[in-house]
Design a binder for this molecule. Sequence first.
Ligand SMILES: Cc1cc2nc3c(=O)[nH]c(=O)nc-3n(C[C@H](O)[C@H](O)[C@H](O)COP(=O)(O)O)c2cc1C
Length: 159
Amino acid sequence: MTEEERFRHVMGHFATGVAVVTGLSGDGEALGFTANAVASVSLNPRLVLVCVDHDSASLPSLQRRGAFALSFLGAAQEEVARRFAGGTREDRFTGVATRVEETGAPVLNQALAWLDCRIWKEVEAGDHVLLIGQVVRCGGGQDDEPLVFYRGAYGTVRP
Ligand SMILES: Cc1cc2nc3c(=O)[nH]c(=O)nc-3n(C[C@H](O)[C@H](O)[C@H](O)COP(=O)(O)O)c2cc1C
């Protein structure tokens, strides 16, 4: 096992939720991708972060628009998580109902909970960029079970 493989293997043991990060392209089209490198950062001001790969096709648009939304997925949305991790931009949103809250970034209607953010700071971190977002609006709180990612597989937990 290379050191990189060991790192991936070890980090795979940190169970996370699964989010879809969304925004708008330069021509106003919805874009989004699946992400689990998401964390709460600060309460005052309210900040969250998502770590975005430099290879992400969405990254330049998110940076240009200065905004993104996070939609937390429920256990029933594994197919959505898979779709937003591959395929084309148009395919990803097919049959996925969204709405706009404040920044223009689409929020998934079926999300367990969501945050609409303006980019507060960007931090270069190796092959990723940390997008730290200031929360301008958030909501949700559906009672459904969450989608969980653990050791490279999807599952759920019952609290
Ligand atoms: C469970 C899971 C979690 C992921 N987490 C992240 C993440 O936190 N940051 C990231 O940049 N990519 C993450 N990815 C990969 C992106 O979803 C994938 O590369 C996507 O195709 C990027 O889309 P884009 O190139 O259209 O921006 C994750 C994929 C999966 C399946």
